[in-house]
Design a protein around this ligand. Structure first.
Ligand code: WT7
Length: 633
C-alpha cells in the first residue's frame, strides 16, 4: 500500500508528469510526444497528440525485437479441446500477411473494418492487422443478430467485413458468414466492398464473387513482413458498440496511444503480469474486456495467454477448471455470472466440482462486468483460489478502456463485494446531483474528475451525444459521468458499485439498454402495441430482463400467452441477439401510466421483483392494471 500511496501522490502532485512518464515507459513511440494532455477543446481531450506509434508494432514486433520471438503468445484451445499455439514471431507473421492482404484490397488508414468472428487466433490477428495499417476495427460479438450487425456496419461505414464460415460453441456449429450475408442484404451497407472469410469448419457457405474473399487464399500470396502505418496517438484504434439509455447503440471511439498505455499498464499492475505467467481472460473479443485483456494488454507486455473458443459448460461445467489445470494458468479473469453458474453446477454434480482439479498454478483471480456478490466471492476465493489468491474486482466500462477502480493484488487489503480503490491516477469520486462531493458512507453518483489516457474520445458520428451522455451540464461539463451509483466505506474509503443509475441493464455482465429491447418488441408491428422493459435481480445472471407488453389483440392468457411470449422472445433474439431475449414477458390491457401518460417504471420494477406495491399509486391513471401485470406466464 505504501507503493500505491506513492503513485497516487505522484499523480496528485503532477498529473501530466505521471501519465507522461508511464507513456514513455510502457509504449514505444515512433515519434516521441512532447505534450501530454490537450484539454483546450474539453471534453474532447487529446493525449500525447504529437506522438506517433503503431499499436501492432508495440504488441508484436517489439517483443520479437527484444528476444521473445519464440515465446508463446497465444495458446488457443478449440471447443473440442484441440490446442494450437502461436509464438510472437508466428503471430507477427500472420498479422503481417493479413495486413498486406487488406492493403492489397485497398483498405487503408482511416477506413473502418468490421470483424464478426468467434474466439480464434485469426480474430486477434485480424484486430492487430487493422491496427497495423491504421484501419479502425469494430468487432461485433458473434452472438449478435443480422439486424444488429447490419446496424453496426451501416453506422461505421465499413469497407470490409472479416468473418468465418461458421463458429463452434458447445459442440454446435453456428453460422457466421450466413449472418453477414443476411446483414448485408438488409441494405444500407453499400460501403462494404469485401468480405474476408476464414475457414473454421469448412461448411458450405454462400460466396459472392468479386465481394467475398477466402482468407486462406488471400494470405497465401502475402509477404510475412509489413511496414506498420505510423499513426498519431489520437488516431482511432477501434469503435465498439455498447448500449446506452436510448434505443440506438453507441459506437464508443478509442484512440491509439492513450488506450494502449492503459491496457498495458492495467495488465501489468492489476494482474501483476510476469514473464512466466499463463494469463487467461475468458471474455470474448467482441466485448471491451477481450480488447483490452486479450488482444492488446497482455500482448503489449509480451505475455502468454489462453484464447478459448468454447463455453464454460461444454463438455461439462468443469471445463474452466480442467483448462486451468491443463495449461497451468496462473492469472485467471472471468465474470461473476460465470462463477455463479459454475457454483450451481458444482453443487449439483461432484464430478465438475473444482476440488477434482489441480488448480495450484493459480496465483491471481479477477472479476469483471458486474458486482460480485460476497457469497460468490467467497466461493471463488476458497474453491478456485485455494484461499491463497487475491481477487481483483475490477470496475470499468467500455468507455473507460481499462480498469478504473480495482485492488492491486498483494497490496490492497480485500473486502468481498468492493472494488476497493481507484487505479493510481484515476480521479474517481462520488457526488450528488449538483456535482458536490458526498461524504463517505453516503451513496451518490460515480464520476471521474479528470480525463485519463484511455477514455472514450467520442461517440462515432455523434459528438453531441458524447457530450450529453458523459459530460452533462449537471456537472458543468467538468466530470465524466459513469452511469453507475456508488458508495464509499466510511472508514476505508473503499468503493462499492451500487448499480446503474440509467435505463441500462446488466445481464450476465452484458450491457443492454431497456429502450433497445422495447424498440425491438414494438417493431413486431403486427402483434405489439406497446412495451416497457425493466430489470429484476436474478441469482445467476445478476439482472434478468422483464418485458411488459400490450398487444394489438385482447390480452392473452394460459397457453396462448405462453405461445405469444415465446414468439416475442424469438423475435427479440432475431432483432438484437439471444442475449437480449426477455426472461419474463407479461401481458396487460395497458401499462401503468400517470395521468400525463408517463409509464411508471418504478412500479414495473416492483412488479417484476414480485414485491408488494408500496409506492404511491394515486397518480396512476389505471390502478387495476397492476394486478394483471403481476401474472406470470
Ligand atoms: C458496466 C460497464 C468492464 C468491462 C465489461 C463490462 C458494470 C463492470 C463492474 C464491477 C460492479 C461493474 C457497471 C458498468 N460493471 N465492472 N467490477 N463491479 N459493476 O463493460 O459492458 O461497458 O459495462 O458494467 O455497471 O457501468 P460494459
Amino acid at each position: 500500500m505504501a507503493a500505491y500511496d506513492k503513485l497516487v501522490a505522484e499523480a496528485a502532485a503532477d498529473y501530466q508528469g505521471y501519465w507522461g512518464r508511464l507513456a514513455r515507459e510502457l509504449v514505444s513511440w515512433k515519434k516521441p510526444f512532447t505534450k501530454v494532455l490537450n484539454d483546450s477543446d474539453a471534453p474532447f481531450f487529446k493525449w500525447f497528440e504529437d506522438g506517433t506509434l503503431n499499436v501492432s508494432y508495440n504488441c508484436l514486433d517489439r517483443n520479437v525485437e527484444r528476444g521473445l520471438g519464440d515465446k508463446t503468445a497465444i495458446i488457443f484451445e478449440a471447443d473440442d479441446g484441440k490446442v494450437t499455439t502461436a509464438s510472437y514471431r508466428q503471430l507477427l507473421a500472420q498479422t503481417c500477411r493479413l495486413a498486406n492482404g487488406l492493403r492489397s484490397l485497398g483498405v487503408k488508414k482511416g477506413d473502418r473494418v468490421v470483424i464478426y468472428i468467434s474466439m480464434s487466433i485469426e480474430g486477434v490477428a485480424a484486430m492487430q492487422a487493422c491496427a497495423r495499417i491504421g484501419a479502425t476495427h469494430s468487432v461485433v460479438f458473434g452472438g449478435f443478430s443480422a439486424q444488429s450487425l447490419r446496424d453496426r456496419i451501416a453506422d461505421t461505414g465499413a469497407v470490409a467485413v472479416i468473418t468465418a464460415d461458421q463458429q463452434v460453441r458447445g459442440g454446435k456449429q453456428l453460422p457466421l458468414k450466413a449472418i453477414v450475408d443476411e446483414a448485408l442484404a438488409l441494405g444500407g451497407c453499400e460501403s462494404v466492398r469485401h468480405v474476408l472469410v476464414a475457414k473454421r469448419t469448412g461448411a458450405d457457405v454462400g460466396f459472392q464473387a468479386g465481394r467475398d474473399v477466402w482468407l486462406n487464399e488471400l494470405l497465401a500470396g502475402q509477404a510475412d513482413t509489413c511496414e506498420p502505418e505510423w499513426v498519431e496517438a489520437e488516431h482511432p484504434l477501434f469503435l465498439l458498440y455498447t448500449s446506452g439509455s436510448t434505443g440506438k447503440p453507441k459506437g464508443v471511439q478509442h484512440a491509439s496511444g492513450g488506450y494502449l498505455l492503459h491496457a498495458a499498464l492495467t495488465t501489468k499492475w492489476t494482474f501483476d503480469l510476469k514473464d512466466d505467467d499463463i494469463f487467461w481472460c475468458t471474455a470474448d473479443i467482441g466485448w471491451v474486456t477481450g480488447h483490452s485483456y486479450i488482444t492488446y494488454g497482455p500482448l503489449a507486455l509480451g505475455g502468454t495467454e489462453i484464447v478459448f473458443e468454447g463455453v464454460p459448460t461444454y463438455p461439462d461445467a468443469g471445463r474452466f477448471w480442467q483448462m486451468i489445470q491443463k495449461h497451468k494458468v496462473s492469472v485467471f479473469y472471468t465474470a461473476p455470472t460465470a462463477i455463479r453458474s459454475l457454483i450451481k453446477a458444482a453443487e449439483g454434480n461432484e464430478a465438475v466440482h473444482p476440488k477434482k482439479y489441480d488448480l495450484s498454478s493459480l496465483r491471481i483471480l479477477g472479476s469483471v462486468g458486474e458486482p460480485i456478490n460476497p457469497a460468490a466471492w467467497e466461493w471463488y476465493h476458497q474453491h478456485i483460489g485455494g484461499g491463497r489468491c487475491p481477487i481483483v474486482d475490477t470496475f470499468w466500462q467500455t468507455e473507460t478502456g481499462g480498469h478504473m477502480i480495482t485492488p492491486l493484488p498483494g497490496a490492497t487489503p480485500l473486502v468481498p463485494g468492493s472494488c476497493t480503490l481507484p487505479f493510481p491516477g484515476i480521479q474517481a469520486a462520488i457526488v450528488d446531483e449538483t456535482g458536490k462531493d458526498v461524504p463517505n458512507g453516503q451513496g451518490g453518483i460515480l464520476v471521474v474528475k479528470q480525463p485519463w489516457p484511455s477514455m472514450i474520445r467520442t461517440i462515432w458520428g455523434d459528438p453531441e451525444r458524447f457530450k450529453k451522455s458523459y459530460y452533462p451540464e449537471d456537472f458543468k461539463g467538468k466530470y465524466y459521468l459513469a452511469g453507475d451509483g456508488a458508495i464509499r466505506d466510511e472508514k476505508t474509503g473503499y468503493f462499492t458499485i451500487t448499480g446503474r443509475i440509467d435505463d441500462v441493464l446488466n445481464v450476465s455482465g452484458h450491457r443492454m439498454g431497456t429502450m433497445e429491447i422495447e424498440s425491438a418488441l414494438v417493431s413486431h408491428t403486427e402483434l405489439v402495441a406497446e412495451a416497457a422493459v425493466v430489470g429484476r435481480p436474478d441469482d445467476t445472471t445478476g439482472e434478468a430482463i422483464c418485458a411488459f407488453v400490450v398487444l394489438k389483440r385482447p390480452r392473452p392468457t394460459g397457453e396462448e400467452a405462453k405461445k405469444i411470449a415465446a414468439e416475442l422472445r424469438n423475435w427479440v433474439g432475431k432483432e438484437i441477439g439471444p442475449i437480449a431475449k426477455p426472461k419474463d414477458i407479461r401481458f396487460g390491457d395497458n401499462l401503468p401510466k400517470t395521468r400525463s401518460g408517463k409509464i411508471m417504471r418504478r412500479l414495473l420494477r416492483s412488479i417484476a421483483k414480485g414485491e408488494a406495491i408500496t409506492q404511491d399509486t394515486s397518480t396512476l391513471e389505471n390502478p387495476a392494471i397492476l394486478e394483471q401485470l403481476a401474472q406470470t406466464n
